[in-house]
Design a binder for this molecule. Structure first.
Ligand code: HEC
Length: 151
C-alpha cells in the first residue's frame, strides 16, 4: 500500500518543518534592529530651546557648579576659562556678557549656546561648536553654574 509509506514521510516532513521553524525562532531576534527609544519627553523639552527666545529660562542658581566643572571637560578642548581663544572664545566673564549678546537673558543665552550653538555665532568665530542637545537640563544648569564662577 503506497499510502502507508507516504504517511511516515509526511510526518518526517512536518517534523523537519518544526525543526526549521525552531531554528528560525532562534535567528530572528538577533536580526531585529536594536531600537533606541529616547525618552518621550526629549522632543518636548527641545521645544523650549528653539531659535525662538526662551521666555522663561531656567535659573542657573539651581546648578551644581562642582558638577559643572567636571562636565566642562567636554568643553575645555575648545574653550579656555580665561580670555584667550582656543577654538572658541575664552569663557572668563561669560555670564556677565551673556545677557547682552542677544535678546535673551544671560541664562537663556547660555542654555541656547550649549543646546543650539548654531543659532547665534559669536563674531569672528566659525560655527564649530557641537550641539549638546542630549544633555539633561540639570547638566546644562550645572555647567552654567560653573560658567558663572569664571570671572
Ligand atoms: C569643538 C569646539 C567646541 C566645543 C567642544 C565647545 N565649544 Fe563652545 N564654542 C565654540 C566656538 C567655535 C564658539 C564660537 C562660535 C559660536 O558662537 O558658536 C563657541 C561659543 C560658545 C559660547 C558663546 C560664547 C560667547 O562669548 O558668546 C558658549 C557660552 C560656549 N561656547 C560654551 C560651551 C560649553 C559650555 C561647552 C561644553 C559643554 C562648549 N562650548 C563646547 C567651540 C566649541
Amino acid at each position: 500500500m503506497p499510502g502507508k509509506r507516504v504517511y511516515p514521510l509526511i510526518l518526517a516532513l512536518i517534523a523537519a518543518m518544526f525543526v526549521i521553524a525552531a531554528c528560525e525562532e532562534e535567528v530572528i531576534p538577533t536580526q531585529e534592529p536594536v531600537e533606541f527609544h529616547p525618552t518621550a519627553a526629549a522632543p518636548v523639552e527641545r521645544l523650549g530651546y528653539s531659535s525662538e527666545p526662551v521666555a522663561e529660562a531656567p535659573d542657573s542658581a539651581e546648578g551644581d557648579a562642582a558638577n559643572g566643572e567636571a562636565l566642562f571637560s567636554n568643553c575645555s578642548a575648545c574653550h579656555s576659562t580665561g580670555d584667550n581663544t582656543v577654538v572658541g572664545p575664552g569663557l572668563a566673564g561669560i555670564y556677565d556678557r551673556a545677557g547682552s549678546r542677544t535678546s535673551l537673558d544671560a541664562d537663556g543665552y547660555l542654555v541656547q549656546s550649549i543646546r543650539e550653538p548654531g543659532v547665534y555665532i559669536v563674531d569672528g568665530f566659525a560655527a564649530l561648536m557641537p550641539a549638546f542637545d542630549q544633555w539633561s537640563d540639570q547638566d546644562v544648569q550645572d555647567v552654567i553654574a560653573y560658567l558663572k564662577t569664571l570671572n
